[in-house]
Write a protein that binds this ligand. Structure first.
Ligand SMILES: [Zn+2]
Length: 282
């Protein structure tokens, strides 16, 4: 679908920006809301390829560039083209202020023109958008609910294929799971993710995600039980079938699970040695 946008609902266009970032080889979906003075949601990776996609998308509705960009979060594949948009069209950046704590932000949150807040309702050129604060993947991540079309733009909270990365620094599995449970209660018919295909059964997808994380947690506890009580040992067991290249990010994922278990009082850490060792409490 590269090159031309898909009209998902009246005033809701989806375009695909190729690129590889943060473990998503499939590129990014970006959205344009409205027809006359439309609002862009996320940008995809910076560079000529993405700029061409965005320019073609803007041309479809007869504008040079948008006045506003709503960012789900500040990772490079979501706002990387904002400096280009800002310089060329004066596009404003709207983002949740807690993105200032995003360890992998590609844009400084202090550069934002406006702050997104939980529950805020924004008229995006006739398309009503409700901001839902969904931290976890990043500290100030938001999703955008479109009540009139029962669509939910989920950024990286929920992606169309595979799973989203959650871990330190900046990410929190405790927050992420709470965000998933919150989104599960929303009255939405379809999920429009930032990566991968549209999701037609939101509740089933959220349940699949919750089960995936629960399975990983069982694996972590199983490792500790079997004496694989350090992060590298857990990665070696749980990610045995994966290439070594993912082991760095897998270690952060394991740490995210351990942080959650420690916060819940179920696991304790012994930090006296070279490598942190974990044990199950009780
Ligand atoms: Zn991201």
């Amino acid at each position: 679908m590269s090159g031309a946008s898909i009209l998902v609902a009246p005033g809701v266009r989806m375009a695909h920006v190729p690129g590889f970032a943060f473990g998503f080889p499939q590129g990014n979906n970006v959205y344009l809301l409205g027809d006359r003075d439309p609002v862009l949601v996320d940008t995809g990776m910076p560079g000529e390829v993405g700029e061409k996609v965005l320019s073609d998308l803007f041309a479809e509705v007869g504008i040079a560039g948008p006045r506003r960009l709503l960012a789900t979060h500040l990772h490079r594949d979501h706002v990387g083209a904002w400096p280009w948009l800002h310089e060329r069209f004066g596009t404003e950046l709207w983002v949740h202020p807690l993105e200032s704590e995003n360890a992998f932000a590609s844009v400084d949150a202090s550069e934002a023109d406006a702050a997104l807040a939980d529950g805020q309702v924004i008229d995006c050129d006739g398309v009503e958008v409700r901001v839902v604060f969904t931290p976890g993947h990043s500290p100030g991540h938001v999703v955008l609910e479109l009540p009139s079309s029962r669509l939910l733009l989920t950024g990286d909270l929920i992606v169309g294929s595979g799973t989203s990365w959650v871990g330190p620094p900046g990410g929190s599995l405790v927050d992420y799971l709470a965000s998933l449970r919150r989104v599960r209660t929303l009255d939405v018919a379809r999920i429009l993710p930032a990566h991968g295909p549209i999701v037609d059964d939101p509740v089933a997808k959220v349940d699949e995600y919750l089960e995936h994380r629960a399975l990983r947690e069982e694996q972590v506890l199983g490792c500790i039980h079997d004496g694989q009580d350090t992060v590298p040992a857990m990665v070696a067991v749980i990610y045995a079938a994966y290439p070594d290249g993912v082991h760095g990010i897998a270690a952060l994922t394991m740490q995210g699970h351990l942080d959650k278990l420690i916060a819940e009082g179920r696991v304790a850490v012994d930090a006296s040695g070279d490598e942190n060792r974990y044990r199950v409490i009780g």
